[in-house]
Design a protein around this ligand. Structure first.
Ligand SMILES: CC(=O)N[C@@H](CCC[C@H](N)C(=O)O)C(=O)O
Length: 371
């Protein structure tokens, strides 16, 4: 696909970001594109707001899967791009517009000239939440066309264009969302002794949660607890009877995740006693770690080399990806694609360099033909 078309597709998709399992316009855009491709070797099935596309191989010995995520984030874009998001409070701030464009360009190349092996493209909803990969694995088309190996990419703002990065073994962390509600007793700001102030309890809880990471997790292992949002109270002179924390937990092993959760439960039990309140915890969506297959990563690094793309050994990251569930079921890998943006992932000013589309596209097409 020409650079001009890659850029146009990316910009079209950038303008219509939608949240997990609400990607109706995105699905329609993708289906319209797929419908215009040569259909001889294609089979297409929709699943919720996602899509499976199988391209039959000429001399198949296996099926290679390629997955892209398709959802956006609940974030108001703050770039001045002429093609900025048309959806208020929604943004492709995690690069899924890039991911989808590269998948479409690879699909077009394969539909025009099928590889030897069967190729299965997965356009997966809800990566940012509540998680589309795990239920998509149970979908009938996945059972029917189950890949032998599978791979995916993620943009990396901190890497220059022309660079990719990956590693054998653990690439992305285990994640769990964290929602904590605290219920006490509200009242007049001047009579705190007659209330159970949940703003004070929530503040203390945020600090105590950081102690789990600093004092409960083995320093040679690692974990993150981030509280991204706190809600509580109505006005300045009313003591709040309710507060809510929203956050995420990240660990390098499923065991560490269980340990962190047990510690959080102990702390909240203590908080109930010391603040005379009720605390409830909801762990929301949980993602399994991304574990890359050593042999496939090595093959991929050689393909990058052939295309004069610089391959850099990655360190494990605390980002999460529900693609980890797919890698639990079949061998494969994920890699970072350098897109050189000063603003990082989940930042309202993220602006990846569109030259990376060409690099990603040629790498994915070559990998689909050679793995
Ligand atoms: C690549 C990336 O940024 N992924 C997200 C996955 C979100 C998982 C879930 N909603 C959570 O917040 O735990 C990430 O935040 O790492």
């Amino acid at each position: 696909m020409e650079s001009k078309q890659l850029i146009q597709i990316r910009r079209d998709l950038h303008q219509i970001p939608e949240l997990g399992f609400q990607e109706e316009k995105t699905q329609k855009y993708l289906l319209d594109f797929i419908e215009k491709l040569p259909q001889d070797d294609l089979e297409v099935e929709t699943w919720r707001t996602g899509i499976f596309v199988k391209v039959s191989g000429k001399n198949p010995k296996k099926t290679i899967g390629y997955r892209t995520d398709i959802d956006g984030l609940p974030l108001q874009e703050e770039t001045n791009l002429e093609f900025k998001s048309l959806h208020e409070g929604r943004m492709h701030a995690c690069g899924h517009d890039f991911h989808m464009t590269i998948a479409l360009s690879a699909l077009e190349a394969l539909a025009n000239e099928p590889a030897d092996d069967h190729i299965l493209f997965l356009f997966q909803p809800a990566e940012e939440g509540p998680g589309g990969a795990e239920p998509m694995l149970e979908a009938a088309p996945m059972k029917k066309w189950k890949p032998d190996v599978i791979f995916a990419l993620h943009i990396a703002p901190e890497l220059p264009v022309g660079t990719v990065s990956s590693r054998a073994g653990l690439l992305f962390a285990n994640t769990s969302e964290l929602f904590i509600d605290l219920i006490g007793k509200g009242g007049h700001a001047a009579y705190p002794h007659l209330t159970k102030d949940m703003v004070v309890a929530a503040s203390s809880l945020v600090t105590q949660l950081q102690q789990v990471v600093a004092r409960r997790v083995d320093p040679l292992d690692s974990a993150v607890i981030t509280v991204g949002k706190i809600n509580g109270g109505t006005v300045q002179n009313i003591i709040s009877e309710h507060a809510r924390l929203e956050g995420t937990i990240r660990t390098m092993s499923p065991n560490a995740m269980e340990e962190v959760k047990q510690e959080i439960e102990k702390i909240t039990k203590g908080l109930e006693i010391s603040n005379d309140c009720k605390v409830s915890i909801d762990y929301g969506a949980n993602y399994y770690q991304v574990n890359n297959d050593e042999k496939l990563v090595q093959q991929f690094s050689q393909i990058a080399d052939q295309l004069d793309v610089t391959y850099v050994e990655a360190s494990p990251a605390m980002t999460g990806e529900d693609f980890g569930y797919m890698l639990k079921e079949m061998p494969g890998f994920m890699f970072w694609l350098g897109v050189n943006s000063e603003a990082g992932l989940h930042n309202a000013k993220l602006s990846p360099d569109e030259d990376a589309l060409r690099v990603g596209s040629s790498l994915v097409i070559s990998s689909l033909k050679q793995l």
